[in-house]
Design a protein. Structure first.
Length: 85
């Protein structure tokens, strides 16, 4: 970077404070969206009895067991990265 004092270009719009806020809100968004999806499945299964067939219950169980772990781990990683930033 010639002519910039040898320190390189520092971007103002992607500062450390903004990065921290973004990662924190991204983790909140991911967890919130997951909770909303789970609540929608549960409300549908209780509100509409014909949707509570064995296939729907199996799908809900698989959704909770196989999808929740990566989502929660990713949200925890985002929280840790936001604290590090």
């Amino acid at each position: 970077m010639v002519g910039l004092g040898g320190k390189g270009y520092k971007s103002e719009w992607w500062s450390k404070k903004l990065r921290k806020k973004f990662l924190l809100w991204a983790s909140y968004f991911i967890v919130g969206l997951y909770i909303l999806l789970l609540a929608a499945f549960l409300i549908l299964s209780f509100a509409i009895p014909q949707t509570a067939d064995p296939e729907h219950i199996a799908f809900l169980r698989d959704f909770v067991l196989y999808f929740s772990s990566p989502v929660m781990l990713f949200a925890i990683l985002l929280l840790l990265w936001s604290r590090e930033a």
